[in-house]
Design a protein around this ligand. Structure first.
Ligand code: 1PZ
Length: 197
């Protein structure tokens, strides 16, 4: 969860750029973790892998440093052209952005002490991603959540030390995730990109 470290001072309203390199490497780390949870989650990790790969391609092709520069570049072609593209960086970032909200809610739940991770995960999902997913994806996701390890096991496989240490790490990481989420939310609101198909 290092991807938020370089976005600038915490809490700076509207300030800070989300740097693409740490953003994508953060996602790669989360995906590796998800893959380690087992094959039930592979339909989720495959989608996330494809989205990160698409963004890496755009990053390498155009040399974008930040989410802001990617958005600026794609908007230059005009909003209609952007909406017509199914492979745009913007619509892809939007999917990850919605997933980041899920992550924020889920980790807050994990930190709070609720032992049933599947309940935490379902609640976080229903409050974020679910409204953007068709019925069949919601169903598959909800079934997969039942395979999540218990809170104790989950904190253990995070591999950051004792349970107390894992909870302390969450307390440090969650605000950074929130910062990346708010900066992106503001950027996408400003350019009216929150409903890109
Ligand atoms: C620890 C448990 C992990 C649960 C992960 C919770 C997220 C559930 C997401 C279910 C996604 C199902 C597969 C694909 C869905 C795609 O249709 C959508 C929309 O993309 P489009 O079709 O428009 O291109 N994809 C997404 O919503 C992005 C999902 C990314 C999920 C990343 C999860 C990373 C989790 C890390 C966990 C530590």
């Amino acid at each position: 969860m290092t991807y938020a470290k370089r976005i600038g001072p915490r809490g700076a309203a509207g300030g800070g750029e989300v740097l693409l390199e740490p953003y994508l490497s953060g996602w790669r780390g989360l995906i590796r973790f998800l893959q380690s949870l087992g094959a039930v989650f592979s339909f989720i990790s495959k989608d996330a892998v494809a989205k990160v790969a698409l963004l890496e391609g755009h990053q390498q092709q155009h040399g974008f440093v930040s989410l802001q520069s990617l958005v600026q570049h794609e908007l230059a072609a005009g909003p209609a052209a952007l909406r017509a593209r199914s492979d745009s960086g913007c619509r892809t970032v939007l999917r990850l952005h919605r997933a980041l909200r899920w992550l924020q809610l889920f980790l807050e739940g994990l930190r709070s002490g609720e032992p049933r991770t599947s309940v935490l995960c379902t609640d976080a999902y229903n409050a974020s991603l679910a409204q953007h997913h068709p019925w069949v994806v919601r169903k598959a996701a909800t079934v997969a959540f039942c395979a999540l390890p218990s809170r104790d096991a989950f904190l253990e496989i995070m591999n950051v030390g004792s349970q107390e240490e894992a909870v302390a790490m969450l307390g440090e990481a969650i605000p950074y995730i929130g910062d990346v989420y708010s900066i992106t939310q503001e950027l996408f609101t400003q350019h009216k990109l929150l409903d890109l198909p």
